[in-house]
Design a protein around this ligand. Structure first.
Ligand code: ATP
Ligand code: CA
Ligand code: CA
Length: 430
């Protein structure tokens, strides 16, 4: 399967759906932020609001370019979640405005989900299955409590949960979440690690035609790689991962992975910025000469973002007389991840040596794809694969063991360069 990020313009088959997603988000987010902030109630977690958009406009909704239905889930909860992650509402709206066309990343996984990047690449929209959607609603309270107690969580940051439906079309659920990778730096290698070895190999031969492919556990081991963190960063990283995984285990989640993007500071940025923007975000193949890619405009300048944010703020104010929440006064355009421990080094987490001095790489990492529950399907799969005998190696194992194996693997490969060298030597001597 060839994966190329394509600009979703009028000619794109999913243009209307993507356009409506953004229109719906913009409307719902403006609407919730037009209200005075308040504490959450239990009812907020189960809330869902339906809207009907059409070209004439309705009682609640402004006129839209297309007819479609939109559903917004737990708007108050997600407002609070965004605020916990320091997402500026005006900036969020600027990034996800329908005027900015998205780019679509076919379906990089086996799941059939579609991924869309906001124009500035800060956010990812992922379409999810109905089961994942129901599950997220069910665990929303636990997720919310967890991120409040763990502001530095490595788990995917969910900023919104919505549903869109075109006339005669099927219902499509989607989440908005953080893009772990930065818009301004080349990612030289990407790994998706689960701590399993079976089926966790990207064919090295295919790397030539697809140099930016997402590699897996066996490719990592073959290269003898490490997450090169000295004692201080290692301790912080491993203990946060343990807390996050404990939540996933309690909620019976599995199949998640640690996504690792490596930026090599010595190599720096090789591609020119314009071509780079798409390549960085492609787990799949890069085709810099693809005309569709060259259509991709620059991301808006800081000045422009400031101006647009101001305009939006004004328009939001006009739509509803109630003043907006306090948070909007921060400078738009500033990295929203500032102040988050694992995103402190230019949006990522820089390698350190054994003496904690800075190292040569920046890692962009997080735990992704964490909405798969260990259900009957997985149990059935476990049964069949389990017949093969190497039970602890296969992916669908129960959530407790999945999590333990995940933590063991990741902590096992987390060590400074010096430490790794020492271990290698002592192994040779044995
Ligand atoms: P499957 O269930 O088959 O694994 P999926 O459709 O659920 O696939 P994910 O595992 O969530 O997809 O993601 C697939 C790929 O998309 C990842 O390996 C990564 O390259 C990219 N990706 C996903 N989430 C993010 C994110 N938050 N930031 C950057 N890249 C991401
Ligand atoms: Ca996955
Ligand atoms: Ca998945």
């Amino acid at each position: 399967r060839v994966v190329v990020g394509t600009k979703v313009d009028e000619k794109h088959e999913n243009f209307v759906r993507a356009y409506n997603m953004l229109t719906g988000i913009r409307f719902c987010v403006s609407r919730i932020h037009a209200k005075m902030d308040r504490d959450l109630t239990d009812a907020d977690f189960g809330q869902a609001q339906k809207y009907s958009f059409d070209i004439t406009g309705g009682e609640l909704t402004p006129s839209a370019k297309y007819d479609f239905k939109f559903k917004d889930y737990a708007p108050w909860v997600f407002r609070h979640i965004r605020s916990s992650f320091s997402i500026d509402p005006a900036e969020y709206l600027v990034s996800l405005t329908a005027k900015y066309i998205l780019s679509e990343l076919g379906s990089p996984g086996k799941s059939g989900s579609f991924f869309y990047f906001s124009r500035d690449y800060k956010y990812i929209i992922k379409t999810i299955h109905h089961a994942e959607h129901k599950f997220l609603r069910k665990i929303l309270r636990d997720y919310y409590d967890h991120i409040r107690e763990n502001p530095d969580t490595l788990l995917s940051q969910f900023y919104g949960l919505h549903r869109v439906k075109l006339p005669y079309g099927k219902k499509v659920h989607f989440v908005v979440m953080n893009n772990l990778f930065p818009p301004h730096r080349d990612i030289h290698r990407t790994f998706d690690l689960k701590g399993s070895t079976i089926g966790r190999d990207f064919r090295e031969e295919d790397l030539e035609k697809n140099p930016r492919a997402t590699l897996k556990d066996l490719n990592w081991l073959r290269r003898n790689l490490h997450l090169e963190f000295g004692p201080t960063k290692k301790e912080a990283f491993v203990s946060q991962m343990q807390r996050d995984v404990a939540l996933l285990q309690r909620l019976k989640i599995m199949d998640y992975s640690l996504l690792v993007g490596i930026h090599d500071l010595e190599r720096g940025n090789e591609e020119n910025l314009r071509d780079k923007t798409l390549q960085v975000f492609q787990p799949g193949s890069a085709k810099p000469n693809d005309p569709q890619m060259n259509q991709l405009d620059r991301t808006p300048s800081k000045m422009e973002s400031v101006r647009r944010a101001r305009e939006l703020r004004e328009s939001v104010k006009k739509e509803r007389p109630v003043p907006m929440a306090q948070t909007v006064d921060k400078m738009p355009g500033e990295a929203h991840r500032k102040g988050f421990y694992f995103y402190q080094d230019d949006g990522g987490f820089q390698a350190t040596h054994e003496d904690d001095a800075s190292g040569e790489e920046i890692y962009y990492l997080g735990i992704i794809d964490c909405l798969t529950r260990y259900n009957y399907v997985k149990k059935a799969e476990h049964f069949w694969k389990g017949m093969g005998g190497h039970d602890s190696q296969i992916s669908p194992i129960p959530p407790d063991r999945y999590g333990d194996r995940f933590v063991r693997f990741i902590s096992g490969v987390t060590m400074s360069r010096e430490r790794a060298e020492k271990e290698r030597l002592s192994q040779t001597l044995e």
